[in-house]
Design a binder for this molecule. Structure first.
Ligand SMILES: *Cc1c(COP(=O)(O)O)cnc(C)c1O
Length: 352
C-alpha cells in the first residue's frame, strides 16, 4: 500500500509473557510476589467516583510528589512522575538525547533502550560488558550524546558501586547520564546522593518491582530542578494528564509505609540467598545478583530447553534468544513456596 511509505516502522519491545490463567508460577517479569502495602487497599476504599469527572492533578503538584520528595530528601521540583519508569525513560530519551553524537549503553542491558533510540531516531552505540558482565568505566569516557545504564544491570543483576557510577557521571558533565535504578532496593546503593553534586544526573526508579505495584504503572525520576523542568516541558508537549486520579492516590500509600516496603525487600533478598544455594547445588552458575532475580546458566542443559520444560510445568521464567546470553535464564525471586516448586521441577528437568 502506498500509505505505508509514510509509516514510522519500528520493531517493538517484547515484554515477558503474561499468561492469562491461574495456577501459573510467574517468575518471568520481576514482579513482586507480595501484595502492595496494606494502606493501598484502604486507599482504594476511599476513592471518590465523582472525582473521575475531573481531569487528574498535575503529578508534580500532588501528595505523591511530596511523599517521594520527603522520602528521598529532595525538593518536589526534583521529582518527575510518569506511567511506569518505561514512560519516564522514554520521555528522558526524547528530552535529553537530542544531539548528533551517539548515546552509549551496554550491549547486554534492558532491551527497551535500543527500541527507544530507534523510535526517536537517536544515534546509539553499545559497549560490551566484560566477561563477568561488568560495565567498563573507560568505555564511557569518550565523546558521546548521553549515557544510560541500569544499576543493578538487567538482566544480569550485576551491581556497579557508587564510586564507579560517580566516575562515569563526573567524566560526562557535558551530557545527561541516566541511571535506571529499577532494582536498587534489593541491596544496591542508590546514586540519589550524587544529585547534590551533579546537575547532569537523572536517577529513575519504579513502583513495579520493590513496591509491588507493576499493575498501577508508576515510575519516577529524580534530578536537578533544571533537568526536571526540561522533562516536564516535553511531557506536557505529548500528553499532560498521564497519571490518573486513583494511581496518584494509591501511590502515596505505597511510599508512606516504609516498614512494609523494607520487610518485602528483605524477604525477597532472603529468598534470593537461599535460591543462590539451591541453584548452585543443581549445577547453575550466575553472577551475584542485586536484583529480585537471578541470571543463571546450567552446566550441561541448554537454557532454552530448561525454559521450555519449565513452561510445560506451568513455571514461567525469561529466556532471550540473543548472542552472549542465550544460555541464561532470568529467574524472578518468588515466594519461598514458589521457589520450592521451581527447585522440584528443576530436579525433574536437569537431573537433580
Ligand atoms: C522493569 C524495568 C523497567 C520498567 O518498569 P516499569 O514497570 O515501566 O516501571 C525499567 N528498567 C528496567 C531495567 C526494568 O527492569
Amino acid at each position: 500500500m502506498k500509505w505505508e511509505e509514510n509509516v514510522r516502522k519500528v520493531v517493538p519491545y517484547t515484554p515477558g509473557e503474561q499468561p492469562n490463567r491461574s495456577g501459573v508460577i510467574k517468575l518471568n517479569t520481576n514482579e513482586s510476589p507480595y501484595p502492595p502495602a496494606p494502606g493501598v487497599a484502604a486507599a482504594i476504599e476511599r476513592l471518590v467516583p465523582d472525582r473521575l469527572r475531573l481531569y487528574p492533578a498535575f503529578p508534580e503538584q500532588t501528595a505523591l510528589a511530596a511523599e517521594l520528595a520527603g522520602y528521598y530528601h529532595v525538593g518536589t521540583d526534583q521529582i518527575f512522575i510518569g506511567v511506569g519508569s518505561d514512560d519516564v525513560l522514554s520521555m528522558a530519551f526524547m528530552t535529553f538525547f537530542n544531539g548528533d553524537r551517539p548515546i552509549l549503553f551496554p550491549d547486554i542491558t534492558y532491551s527497551f533502550y535500543d527500541v527507544w533510540a530507534e523510535v526517536y531516531g537517536i544515534p546509539y552505540e553499545t559497549k560490551a560488558l566484560d566477561a563477568e558482565f561488568r560495565i567498563r568505566t573507560q568505555d564511557y569516557v569518550t565523546p558521546n550524546g548521553g549515557i544510560v545504564f541500569p544499576n543493578p544491570n538487567a538482566p544480569t543483576g550485576v551491581l556497579m558501586g557508587l564510586a564507579q557510577v560517580e566516575e562515569i557521571v563526573a567524566a560526562n558533565r557535558d551530557v545527561v547520564v541516566i541511571v535506571d535504578e529499577a532494582y536498587i532496593d534489593f541491596g544496591g546503593i542508590s546514586a540519589i546522593p550524587l544529585l547534590d553534586k551533579y546537575d547532569n544526573l537523572l536517577v529513575v526508579q519504579t513502583f513495579s518491582k520493590s513496591r509491588s505495584m507493576a499493575g498501577m504503572r508508576i515510575g519516577y525520576a529524580l534530578g536537578s530542578p533544571q533537568l526536571i523542568k526540561y522533562l516536564n516541558d516535553v511531557k506536557y508537549s505529548v500528553n499532560s494528564y498521564t497519571l490518573n486520579y486513583p494511581t496518584l492516590e494509591l501511590g502515596v500509600e505505597a511510599v508512606r509505609d516504609k516498614a512494609y516496603f523494607e520487610a518485602c525487600c528483605g524477604r525477597i533478598m532472603q529468598t534470593r540467598t537461599r535460591a543462590e544455594e539451591e541453584l548452585a547445588k543443581r549445577g547453575f552458575t550466575f553472577p551475584k545478583s542485586y536484583g529480585n532475580f537471578i541470571f543463571a546458566s546450567h552446566k550441561s542443559m541448554p537454557a532454552k530447553e530448561i525454559f521450555e520444560r519449565l513452561k510445560e510445568n506451568d513455571i514461567y521464567v525469561r529466556w532471550w534468544n540473543k548472542e552472549r546470553i542465550d544460555n541464561y535464564l532470568r529467574i524472578t525471586i518468588g515466594t519461598d513456596e514458589q521457589m520450592e516448586t521451581l527447585y522440584a521441577a528443576l530436579d525433574q528437568i536437569c537431573g537433580g
